[in-house]
Design a protein around this ligand. Sequence first.
Ligand SMILES: Cc1cc2nc3c(=O)[nH]c(=O)nc-3n(C[C@H](O)[C@H](O)[C@H](O)COP(=O)(O)OP(=O)(O)OC[C@H]3O[C@@H](n4cnc5c(N)ncnc54)[C@H](O)[C@@H]3O)c2cc1C
Length: 493
Amino acid sequence: MSRVIVIGAGVGGLAAAARLSVKGHSVTIVEQADRVGGKLHTYRRAGFAFDTGPSLFTLPAVYRDLFLKTGKSLEESVDLQSVEPAFHYHFSDGSELLLPGADPAQCANAIAMCMGAQAGDQWREFMERAGEMWRITRQPFLQSPLNGFASLLPLANPKDIATIAPFTTLRKLATKTFTDPRLVTLVDRYATYTGSDPRKAPAVLATVPYIEQLFGVWHIGGGLGALADALEKRCAERGVDIQLNTSVNEILTDGNRVTGIRTDRGEVIPADIVVSNSDARLTYNKLLAHSTTKKPKVPGDPSLAGFVVLLGLRGRTPRIAHHNVWFPKNYNAEFDAIFGRNPEPVADPAIYVCSPDDPLMRPNANSEAWFILVNAPRHDSSGRDGVNWDAPGLAESYGQQILDLLAARGTDIRDRIEFMEIRTPADLERETRAPGGSIYGTSSNGVNAAFNRPANRSPIEGLFLVGGSSHPGGGLPLVGMGAEITADLIGRA
Ligand SMILES: Cc1cc2nc3c(=O)[nH]c(=O)nc-3n(C[C@H](O)[C@H](O)[C@H](O)COP(=O)(O)OP(=O)(O)OC[C@H]3O[C@@H](n4cnc5c(N)ncnc54)[C@H](O)[C@@H]3O)c2cc1C
C-alpha cells in the first residue's frame, strides 16, 4: 500500500483520491480552505443559493464512471436534472434563440426557425464535423496520458487529421461554415469554455457544443456544489483522510523522488506519491522551488478570468431560462480587452445569467437567485499583466455597469434587488489559489496549447498533477477525465 498525499480538494483532487483509494492506496487530502470543492461551490445567503463556479454540468458520463467505480451511482448520490431548454441566447440585433437540450436535430430546427433553413443546414453540417472530431480525439487524446504532438500519432490517417484541422482556429472553421454572423458568435462563445480566444483556439473546440447538444445540459438539485459534497462523502466512505485549513508550502524530494510534503504549520507528512491539484505553475515554481530537478516550463496564455455578480431578487423575471446569454455587438472587442496588450474590463461584454428554477436555491416561489458571469482579464495587482481588480471602487462600478447594460437590453432587475455581492478574479485567487483568478488554468490559445499543457506524470518520480491546469484541461468533464488518467498512471497499490 502506498501513502498518497493529494494537495488540494478541488474536483480533480477529490476524484483522483476516490479512485486511488479504490486501487488500495492510503490517501490523505490536504486542503488550504475550510471546505472542499475549490472552484466548484454553492454559496448560500438568506435562503438564496448560488453556484459561484461551475453552473453548467455537461458530459455526466465522466462522473457516472467515477461514482460507479467507487461505490453508489451518480444518480444515487446527487439529484441530477436535465435542463430544458438548455439556453436562451439574445443577439445584439434583438433576435433570440431558445436551444433545446440533448437533441441535435431539434437544435438545428430551432436555429432554422430563428435564422432560416440555410442556417439550420449549416449547423447540421458543423455538428457532423464536430461529431467526427469527438470520435477521433476522445480516446487517444482526452482520455490518454499526454505525449506532446506524438499524441496525434494514433490519428495517422490523413483524413482524420484533415477533419480535426489542427492548424485551423475555431473562428476560421465557423466563418467558413456559416453565412449568418450570429452562428459565428454562438460558436465563438465555446472557446471561452476553455478560457480562450476563438481567434486563436483550435477548431477542435467545436466538440464542446457537440457534447452539449448530444449528451445534454444538466443541473444538480440544490446547486452543483452538491457534486463536491458527494465526492467528499465518497472519499470519506473509502477511508480518505481530508485535512482542511492546511496549506502545503513545499513538496519534499530526495534527489529526483518525492518523499512527502511540508505544511504551513511546519509539519512534514511523508508520502510515496504526491498528487498536486494545485495550479501547475504554482506546483513547479513555488512548491518545488527548492528542487534542482529540471522542471517543465508551463507555457501558454493563462486562461481568462471571470467577474461575478450574485443577486438575490424579489419577484420573477418573465421569460428567463436556466442559462441565458446576451451577446454584445462587437464580440472581438471582448477578446481584445482580455487577451490584448492592455487588458481592461470589457466595456460591453457577453453577459451570462444563470437563474435555476430550483426551489432549493431561492427562499420562496416569488424570488430568484441570479449568478451573473462576464469574462474578464485576470487579476494583477501591478496592472501590467491584467487588471488590478482590488482598485478602490472598480468592482462596484463595473458591477453596476453590467446591470445597466442588461437594463438597456430590456432586462431591468435593478429595483428588485434584495442583495448584491460581487466576486472578482482577485477574490477567486484568494479563495482557491487560482493564479490571477484564471478560471481554467492555461487557455487553449494557439496550435500547441493543448500539447504543451503540463502532463499528469511529472518528471519528478512519484509526483503527479491533476486538475484544470494540467492535461487534458479545465471544466468539470476534462478535470474528471484527468483524474482517471492520473489514477491509472499511478496504478494499484
Ligand atoms: C466562475 C467560474 C465558472 C465556471 N463555470 C464552469 C461551468 O459552467 N462548467 C464547468 O464544467 N466548469 C466551469 N468552471 C471550471 C471548473 O470550475 C474548474 O475547471 C474545476 O472546478 C477545476 O477543478 P480543479 O480540480 O482544477 O481544482 P480547483 O477548483 O482549482 O481546486 C484546487 C484546490 O486546491 C487547493 N489548493 C491549492 N493550492 C494548495 C496548497 N498549496 N495547499 C493546499 N491546498 C491547495 C485550493 O484551495 C482548491 O481547493 C468554472 C469556474 C469558475 C471559476
